[in-house]
Ligand binder design. Structure first.
Ligand SMILES: *Cc1c(COP(=O)(O)O)cnc(C)c1O
Length: 422
């Protein structure tokens, strides 16, 4: 029995499912979780002393690699000055300025403690600003676990949303409309009917929670045009894409300007931080300037702010193009190896993120993502883990590289892939 198994058995008696976030339980890949002792650079080490090349990277935050010395020193220095004041501190102003400089569409920003808080607050603000209730989201996009986003729907333009979680009152998702990603025609039809009551469209500009899906040319521009036409607020959920697609996020890369942006993950460098920001006239509706309430005891936490600021400053010195080229070539080779074993593969990739889908169908939305063979992913997950490669415990996720991943790491991963029995 490994120490991970022992801990997992104990955890299951104390924590529901033994985990504090469901995907960590590894049930989709018919495995038990590894308990992690420490991490450095591109590697994580479990409590049994086994080291893995990490492609999860805490689900995205660790773009510089784990335990980056500059980020850690900034956090330690901040900690020595006290861990929380419940009052403004200099670092939150510096981090706000850094974000506004990197993302010109963000004219003002409010710090929160998670991506979930960022999206739920941004939606409240968009509703308060427009005086409307309806929100449009896309099938397969994930915006955290707040009630109004826990909705999915059947094919086409679905006007009768159903929640996919128990405990969400029907009323909480009654104003959530769900459309297939990349389907501008469905969206136009919906706006023609309900546009004047739609407060906001919220979208992952390139979804990373149905695996990685890329926007069709013109799709994001189409969202911008519809929001302009109907006076709705365009919210880019950049919790994954922010500072990864480019230093200026997906909006910088694709050149489409949202009204509001939500951030998380990389912005906190592994500490619990989220943020939302955007147009000044919208942001000034927030208390204490305006009538939309949102607050947080630990928001703008000095340790987290110091780490986040150091992270963004270090990221600004990195060569994003080189990492993208390296990651892209690596992902192509990985896909070729799996194909050579007789499995159909669709590769979606951008920046330092990619997903392999095991299907003949090009993947452009949730329905096509569902055609991927989950059994193949499970087999790959288990065998790669045996060989010291740590992949996401669900096929509908991105694999992430970081600036700490070396040629040696990638070569080791490809060697493990060549040894796969599928
Ligand atoms: C992870 C994620 C969230 C939720 O962030 P948490 O910090 O887990 O609450 C929201 N939106 C997107 C796009 C995400 O990937």
């Amino acid at each position: 029995m490994t120490l991970s198994s022992t801990l997992y058995a104990k955890a299951q008696t104390l924590i529901p499912g033994g985990v504090n976030s469901p995907i960590r339980a590894c049930r989709a890949v018919e495995s038990e979780p590894l308990f992690i002792a420490r991490a450095h650079g591109s590697k994580i080490v479990d409590v049994d002393g086994r080291e893995y090349v990490d492609y999860v990277m805490s689900w995205g935050p660790m773009l510089l690699g784990h335990a980056h010395p500059v980020v850690h020193q900034a956090a330690k220095d901040a900690l020595d000055a006290g861990s929380s004041f419940g009052a403004p501190c200099p670092a939150e102003v510096d981090l706000a300025q850094a974000i506004c400089e990197l993302m010109p569409a963000v004219e003002m920003v409010r710090m929160v403690n998670s991506g979930t808080e960022a999206t739920m607050s941004a939606l409240r603000l968009a509703r308060g600003f427009t005086g409307r209730d309806l929100v449009v989201k896309f099938d397969g996009c994930y915006h955290g676990h707040a009630d109004p986003f826990l909705a999915a729907a059947g094919s086409g333009v679905a006007l009768i949303p159903t929640s996919f979680s128990q405990g969400v009152p029907k009323a909480c998702v009654a104003d959530t409309l769900v459309v297939p990603y990349n389907d501008l025609d469905a969206l136009k039809t919906l706006f023609a009917e309900k546009g004047k009551d739609i407060a906001a469209i919220i979208v992952e500009p390139a979804p990373g929670n149905m695996g990685l899906v890329l926007p069709r040319p013109g799709f994001l521009e189409g969202l911008r045009a519809l929001c302009d036409q109907y006076g709705s607020v365009l919210i880019f959920d950049e919790v994954i894409t922010g500072f990864r697609w480019s230093l200026g996020g997906a909006q910088g890369r694709y050149g489409v300007r949202p009204d509001l942006t939500t951030l998380g993950k990389i912005i906190g460098a592994g500490f619990p931080v989220g943020a939302y920001g955007g147009r000044r006239d919208i942001m000034e509706k927030l208390s204490p300037c305006g009538p939309v309430f949102q607050a947080g005891t630990l928001s703008g936490n000095p340790v987290a702010m110091a780490a986040g600021l150091a992270n963004l400053r270090e990221l600004a010195k990195q060569d994003y193009a080189a990492l993208e080229a390296r990651t892209g070539a690596f992902a192509e080779e990985l896909a070729a190896i799996v194909r050579s074993k007789g499995v159909p593969v669709q590769l979606n990739k951008v920046a330092s993120a990619f997903t392999l889908y095991f299907t003949e169908t090009p993947v452009t939305d949730m329905d096509s993502a569902r055609t991927s063979d989950a059994k193949v992913y499970t087999a790959i997950y288990k065998q790669m883990r045996e060989q010291g490669v740590y992949l996401a415990s669900l096929g509908y996720e991105c694999a992430f590289t970081s600036f700490a991943h070396t040629e040696e790491d990638l070569a080791k991963t490809l060697a493990a892939a060549r040894a796969l029995k599928l």
